[in-house]
Design a protein around this ligand. Structure first.
Ligand code: TXA
Ligand code: MG
Length: 320
């Protein structure tokens, strides 16, 4: 088990000596290491069991620091950074040569964001290098949204988890880049598309094939529980599975099923609030995955606002 605490100096010392620390952000917890130290970066891949073709996001304290590792900041993306950083927005920007190849998997663009969490911002301020930090889960599994999630899966491999409580947003950052002059969304996430479009006009949402993902978070099967995860109309699925005597659990948006025991169901937001649903989503998926049912039944949410990113994660959890 790792130590869980709020000591920024301890975290800083570990990171400066090339070790990894789990850090809180507003989206999900990250597994952080010195982004400019190839060995620390290699340790991140090893610890997560992550394939080397899946590049990492750099976390830094402010927009002013981006110039340390990015060669050029296109105007449209700068507008987004000025408006949404710190926040759940990741930008793909041309990298400088001090960024190790392993960080970008050899790509010419590096992913960068300023996370919105007071502890992590203070830590980043105190360091003279950016932190590379993928979500702090084994590759392909559900992202962690509290320190206990991290400890359960990576606690034997790292020594310290910076405790920032439960993540406020609960979904990974929205990833944005430019192609020609067009703004492209590579991963739906905690920053809503409508907020981006309000500032800079229409954007293109790119759907990646699983064979050649520019953002492997876009792999068809990702963010996935170990149990079968079935999406559909819950009213129909519940009746069918009851009739077949299947030991199932239910992940619903707002409805409680009185005919089922409370331990076998989680309601994401009784008031149908998409922010609340996003915040609860990954914890709920984990809890049902750890419970004793043999299958999880779930439903899509309204396809608007954060519902789009939530549905993206639900579909990937259900994909084979
Ligand atoms: O909210 C988040 O973004 C969290 C927190 C910890 O910041 N991080 C996160 O990292 O979700 P990770 O590694 O789990 O997902 C990062 C995604 C991957 O799908 C990766 O392929 C994509 O970002 N990515 C990173 N660098 C890229 C690049 N240079 N070009 C295209 N995609 C990139
Ligand atoms: Mg991840």
């Amino acid at each position: 088990m790792a130590e869980i605490g709020k000591d920024i100096v301890q975290a800083k010392d570990l990171l400066q000596s090339g070790q990894l620390v789990a850090i809180p952000t507003e989206t999900v917890y990250g597994l952080a290491g010195n982004a400019l130290d190839s060995e620390a970066v290699a340790l991140i891949f090893e610890t997560k069991n992550r394939p080397a073709f899946d590049p990492l996001i750099l976390h830094t304290a402010s927009i002013e620091r981006v110039g340390d590792f990015v060669s050029f900041f296109p105007e449209k993306l700068k507008i987004l950074a000025e408006n949404f950083w710190p926040g759940p927005l990741t930008l793909l920007l041309p990298r400088k040569s001090n960024v190790p190849d392993l960080v970008t998997s050899g790509l010419e663009r590096v992913a960068v964001r300023v996370p919105k969490h007071p502890l992590t911002l203070a830590l980043l301020e105190s360091l003279d290098f950016p932190l590379a930090a993928p979500s702090a889960n084994p590759f392909g599994y559900i992202s962690p949204t509290n320190p206990q999630h991290v400890d359960a899966q990576l606690g034997s491999k790292i020594s310290y988890i910076l405790d920032g409580g439960a993540c406020e947003v609960g979904l990974e950052s929205t990833i944005v880049g430019l192609e020609e002059d067009e703004v492209v969304i590579y991963r739906l996430g905690g920053l809503e598309i409508s907020a981006i479009e309000k500032l800079i006009g229409p954007v293109k949402i790119k759907d990646h094939s699983s064979s050649n993902p520019a953002a492997p978070g876009q792999l068809d099967s990702h963010y996935a529980p170990r149990k079968p995860f079935v999406l559909g109309d819950l009213n129909v699925l519940v009746i069918e599975n009851l009739a077949n005597n299947i030991n199932f659990s239910v992940l619903s948006f707002a409805d409680f099923f009185p005919e089922l025991s409370p331990e076998n169901q989680i309601v994401l937001s009784p008031e149908q609030n998409l922010h609340e649903a996003a915040k609860n989503l990954f914890s709920a998926m984990r809890k049902l995955d750890e419970g004793n049912s043999s299958v999880i039944l779930a439903e899509l949410l309204p396809d608007e606002g954060l519902g789009r990113a939530i549905n993206d994660r639900l579909r990937r959890a259900a994909a084979k």
